[in-house]
Design a protein around this ligand. Structure first.
Ligand code: SF4
Length: 283
């Protein structure tokens, strides 16, 4: 297959590769290949970068079969990898059954955790030093908002992270590409990405957050860009300090509630509460 990326796509990919130092000479990169549009694009894009790069690196793809009722179209995925001249690995698992059994209403975190573990293990077994995941810019922004809404944390995934346990680097070369652009490019290929086999498709927290951002951005075109700007750790955040420990809170209580006159002998009693603890979860 002839691989060629439009200039704008290549520019965004190289921007991420250079800014976050995602690729280097001699890397062996294993791509998590679900068969969906994003990971199919990532394979194609990395293959194109391989052609352009002034240094050499190797690619591989692993498909983790999750064990849903309808199996993956493995021959089609294998063919796509063959056309791109990328080695293909298949890992058959029962992750779906385990994750759905553990948490019927929200199996996604277990499912994603186990799937990542299988991808990482495959990388280690076959001597890859990096794992590439197909998260794009919309994913990063959605994760940023999801973390706040559902986990009370101000965070999203990083373009590059190191896994101490396995020694692998996890890289996300698509972080500067919007989902719409990936969709548009994939529509130009003969290969048709595999539809998700998961019954939760379109019903997850992520899907709700995606819809919310879309609706708000239609009302105000700056919403998406503002969220994306807030995601960068460039010191513009004005956040409350962390919740103090009980000891610190006791010291603060003494400092604030004891009138200055008391220190000089006056015994004036205060009506102020003795301890002040807020638990917003119980309200
Ligand atoms: S949507 Fe389905 S396949 Fe995706 S993480 Fe959730 S359970 Fe797993």
């Amino acid at each position: 297959m002839q691989v060629a990326l439009p200039k704008d796509y290549a520019r965004r990919l190289w921007r991420a590769v250079i800014e976050f130092e995602l690729l280097a000479e001699g890397d062996r990169v294993l791509v998590g290949f679900s068969g969906g549009k994003d990971s199919s694009f990532l394979l194609y894009a990395l293959r194109a970068l391989q052609e352009q790069a002034p240094f050499g690196f190797e690619l591989g793809a692993v498909h983790v079969e999750l064990g849903f009722r309808e199996p993956s179209d493995v021959p089609q995925l294998e063919r796509y990898c063959q056309q791109l001249e990328i080695p293909f690995y298949l890992e058959k698992t029962q992750i779906a059954q385990v994750a759905f059994k553990q948490r019927q209403e929200n199996p996604c975190s277990s499912c994603a955790y186990f799937r990542r573990a299988v991808v990482n293990e495959t990388a280690v077994v076959h001597g890859y030093n990096k794992v590439a995941l197909a998260h794009h810019h919309d994913d990063a922004v959605e994760t940023f908002l999801m973390s706040q809404l559902y986990s009370g944390k101000l965070q999203t995934f990083l373009p590059k992270s190191h896994l101490e346990k396995t020694g692998l680097d996890v890289i996300r070369p698509l972080v500067y590409l919007r989902e719409e652009k990936i969709k548009a490019f994939m529509a130009t290929l003969a290969f048709r990405p595999m539809p998700s086999r998961c019954p939760l498709q379109g019903k997850t927290h992520r899907w709700k957050v995606k819809e919310l951002i879309h609706t708000l951005t239609q009302e105000n075109p700056f919403v998406y860009a503002n969220l994306a700007a807030a995601m960068r750790g460039d010191g513009l955040a004005e956040l409350w300090p962390p919740v103090p420990s009980k000891k610190t809170m006791r010291e603060k209580h003494l400092r604030v509630m004891r009138p200055a006159s008391e220190e000089h002998g006056s015994r004036r009693t205060s009506n102020a509460p003795k301890g002040v603890v807020f638990d917003f979860h119980s309200q």
